[in-house]
Design a binder for this molecule. Structure first.
Ligand code: ZN
Length: 314
């Protein structure tokens, strides 16, 4: 008999135990002894009571879901139960009998108030198209370094190139949802000459070129972000840099302001161009923030909103 048949049988037996139903059953007395104690429910029964189905049963967790909800029940010792990513408490005792996972029956009462109503076909709100304020704008996002060139080492062990790429990709994705044609100079961990990065922006006749880097120096206390423009930068480059520096303060990193430097990617581009140093990898706090995916998301959000503002003023 396969596990699936066993689990169906066990659910039937548990249901009967709970409802006092005395229909004949093929489960013998020996099997009855192996059923979990009172107060336990099979996950399938729990799912049915909550209007969910068992989406996945792993070694240490069970996932129940429907169109609007995902319930994750971690079954290991001191595992927790989560409803739509919110912890509702410890899962408590669980048992597994012949491949069927049983959990405490009172989990039902803990999970139920946290469930969202599943949208019915009639109630579905009309899908409104996303506003696309940047339609027709082209931005080149340049995640610094890559491949054989790792960039600055961080005091926490990783290298600059990985953070630059994570944030750069996120900025490009966010710009894309606003309708911009956002092109990355590198999509992965590949090496690209500095000249080729600027040349790409020139060839695409970009409206803006944004190079993304992270700083390092030999004084561990130095921290904060800096936005650079070339010494002979255009007014548009400077206004984009000011908008980016202003938006980036929302991430909580300290600002070292807008500064001038003739980086090759800045002087090689014919369009407005800025270079962002997101923080100091030689500083423990900056390095820890820049490694954090949630922080990278906030950074990308700030940079994207500033690019949007800058392009709106061009
Ligand atoms: Zn760099």
């Amino acid at each position: 008999m396969g596990n699936r048949e066993f689990s169906l049988l066990s659910v039937a037996v548990v249901t009967m135990t709970l409802t006092g139903c005395a229909r004949p059953t093929t489960v013998g007395a020996e099997d009855m002894h192996k059923l979990p104690q009172d107060g336990m429910l099979s996950v399938r029964e729990l799912a049915a009571r909550l209007g969910l189905h068992v989406a996945d049963t792993g070694r240490a967790s069970v996932e129940l879901s429907n169109a609007a909800n995902m319930v994750l029940i971690f079954t290991h010792t001191s595992g927790r139960t989560y409803v739509n990513s919110v912890a509702v408490g410890r899962t408590g005792k669980t048992t597994t009998t012949r491949g069927v996972v049983y959990v405490r029956g009172d989990l039902e009462a803990a999970i139920r108030p946290m469930l969202r109503a599943a949208p019915s076909e009639q109630e579905k709100p009309e899908q409104k198209p996303e506003p696309q304020p940047l339609r027709g704008r082209r931005v080149v996002i340049d995640p610094g370094h890559g491949g054989k060139d790792p960039g600055a080492p961080s005091c926490l062990g990783y290298h600059e190139k990985s953070v630059n790429l994570a944030v750069g990709r996120d900025v490009a994705r966010r710009l894309g949802t606003q309708g911009a044609a956002a092109t990355l100079t590198r999509e992965g961990d590949t090496f690209l000459e500095l000249g080729d990065r600027a040349a790409l922006a020139n060839r695409l006749r970009a409206d803006l070129f944004v190079s993304i880097h992270a700083d390092s120096c030999n004084k561990p206390s130095v921290r904060g972000f800096t936005v650079y423009v070339a010494r002979a930068a255009s007014a548009r480059s400077r206004s984009a840099a000011r908008a980016i520096a202003s938006a980036m303060t929302a991430t909580g990193l300290s600002s070292r302001g807008v500064q001038e430097a003739n980086f090759q990617v800045l002087v090689g581009t014919t369009c407005p161009a800025v270079l962002i140093e997101m923080g100091y990898l030689s500083n423990t706090q900056d390095a820890a923030l820049l490694r954090d995916a949630a922080f990278q998301g906030r950074m990308a959000e700030a940079i994207t909103s500033a690019i949007s503002v800058a392009l709106g003023s061009f």
